[in-house]
Write a protein that binds this ligand. Sequence first.
Ligand SMILES: *Cc1c(COP(=O)(O)O)cnc(C)c1O
Length: 173
Amino acid sequence: YGVKPEQVFVGVGSDDVLAMAFLTFFNSEKPVLFPDITYSFYDVWADLFRIPYQTMPLNDDFEICPEDYFAANHPNGGVIFPNPNAPTGLELELEAVERIVRENPDSVVIVDEAYVDFGGESCVPLIQQYDNLLVVQTYSKSRSMAGGRLGFALGSAGLIADLNKIKYSTNPY
Ligand SMILES: *Cc1c(COP(=O)(O)O)cnc(C)c1O
């Protein structure tokens, strides 16, 4: 991926990475935004950790509307969406992903790329430019290692350091 070790966080599957990321970055009283049709675990973690959230409807073609996730339109405590989305399989173009990241300078934007290897374009290169972008990937889907429980996040060294602080303060082993 052309990243440095300090830009990588590894977890017990990406669900574990997502849990750590929710605990670390979604601490606002403003809602975290994600699509109304999406990966079914986001609201589970949010409910478990008592993180307020708001779901944004997909459009009539089942696509994510980037403007819905701009802080100016919907003040938020964070943004998360899969790209491609699940279970629709529809992808947001890189340019739209970048606009969402750029329009949220005060929030962390998590892009869950569990399905990107099946035909999407990864936004990993953008982490070099935006220190509020965290990209999550997994070995469970395209890499056929779901039982191995291996997931990881790529982001700025600052975000990764924060994730490690929370990880080791909740489970030092
Ligand atoms: C499968 C999946 C995950 C979690 O997979 P792990 O096995 O925990 O790595 C995360 N996000 C999406 C969108 C998925 O489909």
